[in-house]
Design a protein around this ligand. Structure first.
Ligand code: HEC
Length: 279
């Protein structure tokens, strides 16, 4: 089936539905002929393959590496003494053990919130300055994330899951994942709680299931072709909150980090492979 036909058949499936029914209808696109679904999935896979040898995220990684070493902020120091969990200055393997509990801040932190900690304690930025416009075009924060994340490629994911605050975060994240609300009465679980669901042409990972969680969590940050930017896990979740018609989730908030802790916990043991390429 050609793309045009496919679109028309999708349109026919959805015509006349209210917005709510419309999205419900999208979730039922199992009604598309299996062959058509397969050919769409195949072309998306081919497209990724074509770009994989030349991922623009590498430019962000290089920019992030330079930023890491550059003296910045009121104190004019670099981030080279930043402790991401494995000790001051250790970047290799840092991403795969996040989020985790940090004694100095007495909270569970992911990479972005930890970078903000380092930018404030080492470089002298205020929290507001350090967390300003993290999702802006060519953002420094996303470049730093790409750099640090890239230093964990090929390592096993092992986010913190022993400290009571880590366990608490995972539990909160799980309840956020299952919490239905908003104009559409959606939860993350509505779209990501069962295998084999799709919206339009996109397969939806079942984030409760280990293999899908590993393949998903382990491939962020990614260069999003549709946006022309490297995007972190936080950005992805922020975007899904929006898609879910929920109020905006705050950057580096406890809710955000708990949701990440839950997803990272479901992805334990998977091999990390990012920055990747995403749609
Ligand atoms: C209305 C359905 C819907 C809801 C609700 C929803 N998502 Fe998504 N989610 C999507 C779609 C569609 C994509 C794929 C988007 C794309 O590729 O552009 C996606 C992508 C993702 C991804 C990245 C998948 C990948 O392949 O890398 C993650 C992680 C994710 N969502 C998590 C969540 C979380 C957590 C929630 C709850 C806050 C949530 N989503 C709520 C539809 C939804």
């Amino acid at each position: 089936m050609q793309m045009g036909q496919l679109k028309r058949s999708l349109a026919a499936t959805l015509t006349g539905a209210t917005q709510v029914l419309c999205v419900a209808g999208m979730l039922l696109l199992g009604t598309l002929p299996a062959q058509a679904q397969q050919s769409v999935a195949d072309s998306l896979a081919q497209y990724r393959q074509m770009l994989a040898d030349d991922n623009p995220a590498e430019l962000s990684e290089a920019k992030g590496a330079a930023l890491w070493k550059t003296a910045r902020g009121p104190r004019h120091v670099s981030l080279e003494q930043c402790d991401l969990g494995a000790g001051p200055g250790v970047v290799k393997g840092a991403y795969v053990v996040l989020p985790r509990y940090f004694t100095d801040t007495d909270r569970v932190q992911d990479l972005e919130s930890r970078l903000v900690t380092c930018m404030t304690t080492l470089q002298g930025f205020t929290v507001a300055e350090a967390s300003k416009s993290p999702f802006a075009a060519s953002s420094d924060m996303q470049a730093l994330v790409a750099y640090v994340a890239g230093q964990s490629r090929g390592l096993k994911m092992a986010a913190g899951a022993t400290h009571p605050k880590e366990l608490h975060a995972i539990a909160i994240g799980k309840s956020i994942f299952n919490y239905r609300a908003g104009t559409h009465d959606f939860a993350c679980a509505t779209c990501h709680g069962e295998s084999g669901k799709r919206i339009r042409l996109q397969e939806l990972p079942n984030l409760r299931e280990r293999a899908d969680a590993q393949a998903t969590y382990g491939t962020w940050p990614g260069y999003r072709v549709s946006q022309g930017e490297v995007r972190s896990m936080q950005h992805r979740l922020w975007d899904c909150f929006r898609q879910q018609r929920f109020p905006e989730i705050q950057y580096n908030s406890e809710a955000m980090i708990s949701l990440m802790a839950y997803l990272a916990n479901n992805a334990q043991g998977g091999v990390y492979n990012a920055p990747s390429i995403k749609r």
